[in-house]
Ligand binder design. Structure first.
Ligand code: BV8
Length: 228
């Protein structure tokens, strides 16, 4: 990788699978227990706030029981050592990348350990249960919601992501099904700007045909082998 300068690495639920966090679309997956429309849309939040808040409370509480795996640690080592530009864009809302030590990281779909005020727009660190109608510490309105990007909502930091993709020499996708946009389109943007592309996933994804190189297998094995 000596000639490369700028890396963009996209991660999905597959990078956290070996930590014991269920992916979305596999057997027994997270969505299996729920229809996506029932827990991850603004309409669901308005229709049944108790269900949606509880869905994310359970996932936030589960963070206490899991640890970063070898893939998270390898990416954190790369982050610390890489002399050029590097950005890990995660679709995941868990905190395993940062607990492994990643710093050049952004959560494009929000974070479990954060609450968003629907009234003033402030994002607050949030560690415990978040019942509906919780008071915003900033504006006092009873308008806190999970800080999660629902379907139909704009992902965070899209301008920063687009700029990083435009400058990337290498785009790597790890552990994502390529089922959700705009993340699933990042590989095409990176290729358009001349980046090399690599996919590491347990099985071919919806976007595998866009990648010049693909390595199939568990992230906990493939990512350390690639980094080290
Ligand atoms: C938006 C919330 C516009 C957090 C999630 C075209 C362009 C733009 C948008 C659209 C479009 N077409 C349709 C849309 C709308 C929609 C969309 O993409 N729908 C899909 C269903 C077609 N997109 C949106 O609504 C997005 N917003 O476009 O806004 C806009 C513009 C202007 C103004 C306003 C709005 C918002 C999408 C975000 C939704 N939120 N999550 C949470 O609850 O966790 S999505 C959710 O699914 C995840 O966050 C993730 O992003 C996504 C995909 O999941 P994956 O991470 O890939 O997980 P999955 O289980 O699917 O796959 C796991 C993979 O890992 C598998 O391939 C498996 O093989 C592999 N694996 C398993 N184990 C391992 C492994 N790999 C390696 N090692 C292992 N051990």
């Amino acid at each position: 990788m000596a000639s490369l300068r700028n890396l963009v690495i996209l991660t999905g639920a597959g990078v956290s699978a070996e930590s014991g966090i269920a992916t979305f679309r596999g057997p027994g997956g997270l969505w299996e227990g729920h229809r996506v429309e029932d827990v991850c849309t603004p309409e669901a939040l308005a229709r049944d706030p108790e269900l949606v808040h509880r869905f994310y409370d359970l996932r936030r509480a589960a963070l206490e029981t899991v640890q970063p795996n070898a893939a998270h640690h390898a990416l954190a080592r790369l982050d610390a050592a890489w002399p050029g530009e590097l950005l890990v864009v995660t679709q995941n809302v868990d905190d395993l990348h940062e607990r492994a030590g990643a710093t050049r990281l952004l959560h494009m779909h929000g974070e479990l350990r954060s609450a968003l005020c629907a009234a003033c727009g402030v994002r607050e660190r949030w560690e415990e249960a978040l019942p509906p109608e919780s008071e915003c510490p900033n504006c006092g309105m009873l308008a806190l919601r999970p800080d999660i990007v629902f379907f139909g909502e704009m992902p965070y930091a899209m301008e920063r992501i687009e700029a990083a993709l435009a400058d990337a020499d290498l785009f790597v996708s790890i552990g994502t099904s390529g089922a959700v946009y705009p993340a699933a389109g990042f590989v095409q943007t990176a290729r358009h700007h001349g980046a090399a592309t690599l996919e590491m996933n347990l099985e071919p994804s919806g976007g595998s045909h866009w990648f010049e190189a693909s390595r199939m297998g568990p992230a906990g094995t493939l990512v350390p082998a690639w980094v080290d």
